[in-house]
Design a binder for this molecule. Sequence first.
Ligand code: NAD
Length: 546
Amino acid sequence: MYDSLIYGQEPVPALPANEPVRSYAPGSPERAAIDAELRSMAADPIEIPLVIGGEEIRTGRLKEIRAPHDHSLVLGRYHEAGEAEAVMAAEAAAVAYRGWSETPFQERAAVFRKAADLISSGWWKTLNAATMLGQSKNAYQAEIDATCETADFFRINPALAERLYAEQPRSGAGERNLTDYRPLDGFVYAVTPFNFTAIAANLPSAPALMGNVVVWKPASTSVLSNWHLMRLYKAAGLPDGVINFLPGSAKSISAGVLSRPDLAGLHFTGSTAVFNSLWKSVADNLSTYRSYPRLIGETGGKDFVFVHPDADMDAAIAACVRGAFEYQGQKCSAASRLYLPRSSAARFLERLSEEISSISVGAPSDHGNFVNAVIDEAAFDTIVGYIERARANPSCRIVAGGGYDKSKGFFISPTLIVSDDPRSEPMASEIFGPVLTAYAYDDSDMPAAYALVDETTPYALTGAIFASDRSTIIEATGALRHAAGNFYINDKPTGAVVGRQPFGGARGSGTNDKAGSFLNLVRWTSSRTIKETFAPPTDWRYPFMG
Ligand code: NAD
C-alpha cells in the first residue's frame, strides 16, 4: 500500500490463495479416498490415444505403462505419435488459433480457473493417484505437485496476466495509446519432463492462457497423469485444438514440429542436453520461420546446501534429508552437493547418516515410505553407475545407503557420499537420483569456499545457505548471487510455491523465465503498440518554418 502511494498507482490486487495441502495423516478422509482411488486405478488399465484438434487418434503403435515400483503392474497402454501426427497437430492448432487468439482474456482465464476448481472439488484424487502410480510419488509429494501446484498455476497465472494486461502506456492530450498483448504469431511447442505433473500442466497452459495454441509432447514416463490433465481441460471447456496431446517419439515429433514456418515458441523443461539440441535445431531452421521463435527452457541443476559454522545443525540436517531425498532426488531443485565446515563436519555427517538410515523405501501405496522408486530402468542404471563410480573413486566414501535393487521396482537407497575432492564427479554432475555428496570446506577461508560453490558446476538453479548471524547471511547472499536462481536462507532448496517463489535458474539451468510469474507469461505475448490521434493535423508545415 505504501509503495502504491509513493508511485501513485492503484493498489495491486492480491493473488488468489494457494490450494490448501492435504496431510494424508492416518484416519484423514483424504487418506481413505486416495487408497480407494489407487486400488481402482491399478485394477483398471486404460488405453490412451493422442488428441489432435479434439479428436482421439489411435496410431496402433502401442507402448505399455508400468508402475516404476512394480514392473508387474500394467497401468495402461498409450498410442505413440510420430512425425505425421506432429504435422497434423500443428495444422489443427493453426485452425484453433483463429478462434482462440480472438477469445477475450476473461473467457480464456475462466477455462483454467474452472480447471482449478474441478481439481479442488474431486479431480485431485485422479491426478494424485495417477501421479503416485505412474511416476512413483508418495501421497504427499503427489499432493503438492499434481493437485496443489497445478491448481495454483491455473488460478495464479490468470491473476498475473491481469496485472500484465493492465500495464499500459500513458496517453497525451489528443491521443490514445494502447498496448495490445497479442499472442505469438503461430503455435507453441511444449515439451514436458516426467518429474512434475504440475510442470506438464503449466508448460502448455501458460501459453494457452495468453491466447496461444499448443502442440504438447509429454514425457513417455508420465503419460498416465498427463492424459488425465488432457481430460481435465476438456471437462473445463477448453476448445478443441488449443492444446494437442502427442505422446510418442521425441525425435520424430520434434522433426515434424520444428521445421514448420509457424513455430512461434518452445516451452521446454528437462535436461540441459535436450534443450541445447532443440535450440540448435531451431537455429538450423531459422530461415524457415515466419518470426523468431521464443525459446524458453528450464533445465538441469546441481543444487547446493552450504552450512556455515554458526548454522542450526538440526535444521540443516532436516533440510538435507527432505531436500535431497524427497521424490528420490528427482527434482531439478534437489539438494545434491553439501558443503560443511571442516570444524564440525564429522559430527554433522554422523547425525545425517543416522537419519538417512531410518528412511523407509518402497511403494507409494504404503504411506510409511518416504522414498519410492526412480522413474525407469534407464534412470536406475544411470544413478547406479554414479554410485559405483563413487565407490571405486579413492577420493569418495559412501557413508550411508549405496544399495539398490530392480528385481520388483527401481529402488535405490538414499545415499550419502563424502568426497575429499570438491570437483569429483558426484560433487559436480547432475545425478537426478537419491544421492547427496558432501565436501568439508576450510572454514578459515570463507571467500574460497563461496567461490567453490559458485564455480564447481555449469548450473545455477537452486541453493540454500544455513547461517545464524545476519552479517554472514548478507555476505553469503552476495557472494552466491549468480549461483542460484532460487536462493534459500535456512530452508531446503526445493518446494517452490506458485505466487510465492517464482521458479527458474540461469547459466546452464535455463533461460530463467520464472515459471509462475509474469516474467514467463510475458514471453507468450508479442505486443503491438497502438496510437490513435483524435484530431490529426491537416497542414504538414511546422510553425518554425514561418
Ligand atoms: P529429459 O530432458 O530427458 O526429457 C524432457 C522432455 O524432453 C521429455 O518430454 C522428453 O521426451 C523430451 N526429449 C528427450 N529427447 C528429446 C529430443 N531429442 N527432442 C525433443 N524432445 C526430447 O528430462 P527428464 O528426464 O524428463 O527430466 C529430468 C531433467 O529435467 C533433469 O535434468 C532436471 O533437472 C530437469 N528439470 C528441470 C526443471 C527446472 O525447472 N529447471 C524442472 C524439472 C526437471
